[in-house]
Design a binder for this molecule. Structure first.
Ligand SMILES: [Zn+2]
Length: 341
């Protein structure tokens, strides 16, 4: 794999300008403080919890795979990367694969940086910051968006619903429930509802310039490996068997064509493991699969097609970032969920 710790320059980047198109607003991923230009500092106090040193020591013997989406705050993102350089051992996808193949643990404090959905900010903001620090990464792309100006379907649905869009199965319920309800539907119903929203809304959503096949090559040559994130990002658990297969295979074929080699890594859309997907991945020769379960994992991944990841955001304050990396914030979140259940 050409990706890795290499500090290959980004001279392969396309010569045309690459304007950053801010994604449509989403209520689901960013914390409100981020919109006011301040880092997301929720739960920062955990950093001073007496158990934090214990968690940090334990985390040193685990693999942390960070799951970002885009980079909306490049200053805060840069501070996080500096933190990784100082306190962790950034590793490449190839190094994780090697650990699996040779059954040899990754170095202590290993961290793999990943991006799901891969909007243009991965090229315009993340790549220069990673390249400047020699930190490798992996981006999981939605193949049917590559080379288009189509927004992510969840941004589109949110916009359409706020501009008069209606769908039979979404008629009642609070607007904040729109995305959870779309994600919970059988996939054909989600597609039908999206269609109804499109034809009934009084405005079209703004276009969102996506990465192109040439951008994927520029990322790869700059040390960001490219992985499969399906063709259209459905919730696989809501799809029938044929759709699960078509979503993975379609993206696999497109990526192989663009990159000149088959991808070896996959990230489950919405982070949920699907056993039918795993079967297809095995058949296609995938070696690594990533969840979004907000957990650390072993330094030799015991289930290479079900590798845990921690959810982070470029707006996360460095103190909060520390508690996520140590596993304390994820453990606290699980404990709180159980306590209210
Ligand atoms: Zn995704």
């Amino acid at each position: 794999m050409p990706q890795s710790q290499s500090t290959t320059s980004i001279s392969m980047a396309p010569t045309r300008p690459v304007p950053f198109v801010r994604p449509l607003p989403t209520a689901t991923r960013r914390h409100p403080t981020a919109d006011r230009g301040r880092p997301d500092a929720r739960g920062e106090w955990l950093r001073f919890a007496p158990v934090q040193p214990l968690f940090r020591a334990r985390a040193a013997q685990r693999l942390a795979v960070l799951a970002y989406h885009g980079v909306t705050d490049h200053r805060s993102f840069g501070a996080q990367l500096d933190r990784l350089r100082r306190l962790a051992t950034p590793v490449s996808l190839t190094a994780v694969l090697q650990a699996v193949t040779e059954q040899r643990p990754l170095p202590p404090r290993s961290v793999l940086v990943t991006f799901d959905d891969a909007d243009r900010s991965v090229l315009t903001h993340a790549l220069p910051a990673l390249d400047a620090r020699g930190i490798p990464a992996t981006a999981f792309v939605i193949s049917e968006l590559i080379g288009t100006e189509r927004p992510f379907w969840w941004h589109e649905a949110d916009f359409l619903a706020r501009h008069g869009g209606r769908a039979r199965s979404l008629d009642c319920g609070h607007p904040s429930q729109l995305l959870p309800r779309l994600k919970a539907m059988p996939d054909p119903d989600r597609r039908r509802s999206l269609h109804e929203l499109r034809v009934s809304a009084d405005r079209r959503p703004p276009r969102q310039e996506q990465l192109t096949p040439a951008d994927l090559l520029a990322l790869r040559d700059g040390g960001v490996a490219i992985g499969n994130h399906t063709q259209g990002h459905p919730c696989l658990g809501r799809c029938d068997d044929a759709t699960v297969r078509a979503e993975i295979t379609g993206a696999h074929e497109a990526l192989t064509r663009w990159l000149g080699e088959p991808p070896i890594a996959f990230a489950y859309p919405d982070g949920g493991h699907d056993p039918r997907a795993e079967t297809v991945l095995q058949e296609l020769g995938y070696r690594l699969g990533f969840l979004s379960d907000h957990r650390l994992g072993p330094r030799i991944p015991s289930h290479p097609l079900q590798i845990s990841r921690l959810q982070v955001d470029s707006t996360t304050s460095t103190r909060r970032f520390d508690t996520i990396l140590s596993g304390l914030e994820p453990a606290y979140r699980r404990w709180r969920r159980q306590a209210v259940a």
